[in-house]
Design a protein around this ligand. Structure first.
Ligand code: E4P
Length: 214
């Protein structure tokens, strides 16, 4: 399972990359706006640390998406062009696949959307589970249905669980066999923590002091 950080903060990417467990980053226009930094420099900064950085197009027509996406892809070989799940987005996905430009389809909320994006040529699809939960729907249930559909075919398209809100989402996504999870910084920081690890380390160190004193 690949783990991505969902952020536009380069320092966060550098910090988590040092752990040796980070496979990629997802950005979106809202995350970029929150940081208030230059987009190209942000993406290039992240590309130093991981080999897969999603950069989202903001055009709404296929022609505009293709123009933006080609520019982003020219910045660095680690850039993955993020395209919204619209019919214009599908046209752009088909074009990008024909040119060998990697894509991630964002704002996926149904199995039918997931299938269309995969058929159009997306390398990654991103179902947003937290936003479905926020709307009283079953986000993880959607991942289960998509993984079931994926098991019937040979889609060359990874399922990225997006809009995660807590560590249990990552556990459940892994149990369902999802290929990737993108995780906010504060949730990522919770993943290594367990109180029994902390108390266990403390006790071992206390006992080792006794050994040293003889
Ligand atoms: C994924 O690529 C998105 O950036 C992200 O997971 C959206 O999460 P949110 O619903 O918390 O904004």
């Amino acid at each position: 399972m690949k783990l991505f950080l969902d952020t536009a903060n380069v320092d966060y990417v550098a910090e988590i990359a040092e752990w040796g467990v980070l496979d990629g980053v997802t950005t979106n226009p809202s995350l970029v706006a929150k940081e208030g930094k230059d987009f190209k420099q942000t993406v290039l900064g992240m590309c130093k640390h991981v080999s897969c950085v999603s950069a989202q197009v903001t055009a709404t027509d296929a022609k505009g998406m293709i123009k933006q996406g080609e520019e982003y892809a020219s910045w660095h070989k680690h850039v993955v062009v993020k395209v919204p799940m619209t019919t214009e987005g599908l046209k752009a996905l088909k074009y990008f696949r024909s040119k060998g430009i990697k894509t991630n389809t964002t704002l996926v909320f149904s199995v039918s959307q997931a299938i269309l994006a995969a058929k159009a040529g997306a390398n990654i699809i991103s179902p947003f589970i937290g936003r479905l939960d926020d709307a009283s729907e079953d986000g993880m249930g959607l991942i289960a249905e998509i993984m079931e559909a994926w098991s019937n075919y040979k889609f060359d398209c990874e399922v990225l669980v997006a809009s995660t809100r807590h560590p249990r989402h990552i556990v459940d996504a892994a149990r369902l066999g999802a290929h990737i999870c993108t995780i906010p910084y504060d949730v990522f920081k919770k993943l290594p923590m367990h109180p029994l690890t902390d108390s266990g380390v403390k006790k071992f160190l206390e006992d080792w002091e006794k050994v040293k004193k003889g």
